[in-house]
Design a protein around this ligand. Structure first.
Ligand code: FAD
Length: 461
């Protein structure tokens, strides 16, 4: 039998396909990295079917790539060696809400925005918030984070237990629902961030937070980006705990204003504070205002109402989509560096200075409260000279971040794009251990081959 017919035996005729349009959709994520058509796509209904597909792939040595929403930014979900893409779209249910423990058990294909809409009925939410409507499986696999990470942690900090299908098809469970866990090697957090290269997640138990009763949004405007970054360190260094602390350069605000917001087109800190009472928040805001003004803030607007606050976050979340759609003839290259908060002003000032120095066209923004900085830079796809400059820009920003004891990727993962920095960041010895871990879990190298510490992908360069 052919591949699709074999797979249809496992998942049913309607849930296995090699139609050109289906293969195209699953050939790559939102990045410019190397795309390739898979040989087939399946939509399993349950763990047993995922396990059967893995057994089949293992027996026939066929690559197996997990797929959530395909919203990755480093080629993480691109099937660069072809094979079978497992789309978790049908495994999208909440299995159980453990309301009294502030936890939920879900299937991996549920999108976090949909999940949070359902959880809001119980006054709960899953805090990691990558902006794009990602699946929980994809968020766990990439260890995604976002605007709320500064207070609530990254995905990794909010995963308690997993069910995982190994390359052989064997099904294992890791972790437990206890917040404290000390029983042996921490497999849950080894699979988290492994980008589908060690196993396929088929169920996850997540930590939830209560929806805040009192909150205040703040918009602080500065004359220049380095001053705004100084204020980030000042706020974090004072021990205040913002629920969101985002840095946006003037160009980012200009893009947000194109579709959603109406903000002064100046470097800006967008913040949110959650508290048990309005009095507690007010006291924090007074200190934040003082710190911002000490750093040269020219306009400080606090306590904006629910509607304006929602519009601000809608604008912030739409920024990526706006950027990616505004230059149809260009493609973009993203940095995702992260450093200790004390080094953030130096990193931001350095990246900001490169724009003038290198004549690059793009934007600078980031989840500043946890030391994360993105630059998104554009060049026409066929302009090799400009692409060389963009790669040089990224190399310099990554080098600076690593010099400052940071990392080449705070949240997007390694995928294809960040592999060239892995030895530089971790050293040969640590990379060798990672390769041994990969071989232990996936001796035939069928799980998302070519990623993280895989054979280096080609990327745009
Ligand atoms: C506009 C925009 C803004 C973004 N902003 C952020 C941000 O602020 N923060 C952030 O962290 N990310 C951000 N991202 C990137 C992206 O949303 C995240 O990386 C997200 O976690 C990807 O989830 P996904 O469901 O799309 O996964 P996919 O892209 O489908 O897959 C991601 C990885 O997970 C693997 N995978 C998928 N499902 C499973 C599974 N069940 N088991 C094992 N492996 C699996 C895939 O093989 C792949 O390696 C943004 C993306 C866009 C387009």
């Amino acid at each position: 039998m052919g591949l699709v017919a074999d797979l249809a035996e496992i998942v049913g005729d309607a849930h296995a396909s090699a139609a050109e349009s289906i293969l195209q959709i699953h050939s790559g994520d939102q990045s410019s990295h190397e795309r390739r058509l898979p040989d087939a796509v399946v939509w399993p209904a349950n763990t047993a079917e995922v396990s059967a597909v893995a057994k089949y792939a293992s027996a026939n040595r066929i690559p197996l790539v997990g797929w959530g929403a395909g919203s990755s930014l480093e080629g993480n979900s691109n099937p660069v060696h072809g094979g079978i893409v497992i789309d978790f779209g049908r495994m999208n249910q909440i299995v159980e809400v453990h309301e009294n423990d502030f936890q939920v058990t879900v299937q991996p294909g549920i999108f976090y925005k949909d999940m949070n809409q359902l959880l809001a009925r119980q006054g709960l939410f899953f805090a990691p918030d990558p902006g794009a409507n990602a699946s929980i499986g994809g968020m766990i696999a990439n260890n995604a984070s976002g605007t709320r990470t500064v207070k609530y942690g990254a995905t990794r900090d909010n995963v308690l237990a997993l069910e995982v299908v190994l390359a052989s098809g064997e099904v294992i469970r890791t972790g437990s629902r206890s917040l404290k866990q000390s029983a042996g090697y921490d497999l849950t957090h080894l699979f988290t961030g492994s980008e589908g290269t060690l196993g396929l997640i088929t169920e996850a138990t997540l930590i939830l937070a209560p929806l805040p009763e009192h909150f205040s949004a703040v918009v602080a405007t500065f004359d220049d980006t380095p001053s705004a970054a100084e204020a980030v360190f000042g706020i974090k260094g004072s021990g205040i705990s913002p629920a969101a602390l985002e840095l946006l350069d003037a160009e980012s605000i200009r893009f947000m204003n194109m579709r959603v917001t109406d903000l002064p087109e100046m470097p800006t800190l967008l913040m949110e504070f959650h508290g048990a009472s309005e009095v507690a928040i007010k006291a924090e805001l007074e200190l934040v205002k003082e710190i911002c003004e000490d750093c040269g803030c020219t306009r400080f607007e606090a306590g904006v109402g629910r509607e304006s606050r929602d519009r601000l976050w809608e604008g912030r979340h739409a920024l990526g989509e706006i950027l990616f759609s505004v230059y149809p003839d260009s493609h973009y290259l993203i940095t995702d560096v992260s450093v200790p908060i004390s080094a953030y002003p130096e990193l931001a000032a350095y990246a900001n200075s490169l724009y003038g120095e290198m004549g690059v066209h793009g934007t600078l923004f980031g989840h500043a409260g946890d030391g994360n900085l993105h630059t998104v830079n554009f060049a026409p796809l066929d302009d090799d000279d400009q692409w060389a400059v963009l790669h040089d820009f990224n190399d310099r920003v990554v080098q600076k971040a690593i010099e400052l004891d940071g990392t080449c990727t705070g949240e997007h993962g390694v995928g294809i794009g960040k592999q060239k920095y892995m030895v530089y960041e971790h050293g040969e010895g640590a990379i060798e251990v990672m390769k041994q871990v990969k071989t232990l879990f996936d001796p035939l190298n069928i799980l998302n081959p070519g990623k993280v510490v895989g054979i280096k992908g080609k990327g745009k360069r």
